[in-house]
Write a protein of this length. Structure first.
Lengths: 198, 198
């Protein structure tokens, strides 16, 4: 079809999540056609990020600065710490703009199946941050999966005895959720956690 | 969520066809995590293509060389010319590996609605190539759409009188097509063009 360089670019793009060989080829064609308006800006944006890429030594977030923009933001409340499994969870929560504290990225979840124990996750660094003091609340924002909840449970045990309030995300109906389409587990949880109408 | 540079990269990726804001963020996270195995190769592949990007003066293909790899390939049959609407069509046909001639990219299709006439397409250059001689067959490989077929019809008229055999792609059932799921137009065309069983 095209030169080896173009084939290589399509192959590199096809490895991105969400793109297959077909959509990667469409993306390449798009870039080739829009050299100035799309190709150049994309390459420059990539170069800028790649040149400055760093993992935050404090929280584990990925950013173009270390410590990351969240850890160094003076408007953030240092007394509130939200523990998440992955960087993607941090980004997702932060998009809600509701949490104004700081984060701690574990880098995964406890999994007997995959042989992932506490020593493979950022647990020791979390305990160290909490032990250092100055933190009032730790939000255990694990996924609502078996492994996520196991991890939250384990962290709650490890953090026992420290003078912090432990909280976790509410579980129940998702926004816009229709009962008819929700799984039984969600419905059961929503029923169990039902609240009085104010 | 993240630094401005990372946001900019996500925005640039989200403009690619097939990627939206959500999948672009996932792609960015993937790149940040796989800096050496995915991010660097992708940036380098992009740089190589962007540095050498060119449109073939002969056929209109996009490649990293001009004339393109197909026009300069001595194993290609110069007597057979396949006319397509877009570069993407050229790539798609060439993946079938069945056509071993050369191509001519029109850069679009005739469209009264969009105000696209023959002068907006590579029609004059096609006529010039055919008039130059040395071509036995011109395959009009337009899309099986109204505009594509109008374009093919127009080209057939313009090429009348030149000593070339004009052909077009067969229309009928697509491979794996189930009658129950095919539209009436396709079925009517497959019936009209039915062939004796050999």
């Amino acid at each position: 079809m095209a030169s080896q360089e173009i084939e290589d670019l399509a192959a590199a793009l096809a490895r991105l999540p969400g793109l297959g060989p077909r959509s990667a080829r469409r993306a390449v064609l798009y870039l080739l056609k829009k050299r100035e308006s799309a190709f150049t800006p994309l390459v420059e944006a990539m170069e800028r990020v790649r040149a400055n890429l760093a993992t935050c030594d404090i929280c584990g977030n990925v950013d173009t600065q270390n410590p990351c923009g969240i850890c160094t933001d003076p408007r953030r409340d240092p007394r509130s710490l939200c523990v998440v499994e992955e960087v993607s969870d941090l980004w997702a929560l932060d998009r809600s703009r509701l949490f104004v504290g700081r984060y701690h990225v574990l880098g995964g979840r406890l999994s007997a199946l995959d042989g992932i124990g506490p020593e493979d996750l950022g647990v020791a660094s979390l305990i160290a941050r909490v032990a250092e003091g100055g933190i009032d609340e730790v939000v255990l924002a694990m996924n609502a999966t078996l492994e996520g909840q196991t991890t939250a449970h384990y962290l709650a045990e490890r953090l026992e005895g420290y003078p912090v309030r432990l909280t976790q995300l509410a579980q129940g109906l998702p926004m816009g959720g229709e009962l008819d389409y929700l799984d039984e587990g969600t419905l059961a949880q929503a029923l169990r956690a039902r609240k009085p109408v104010v």
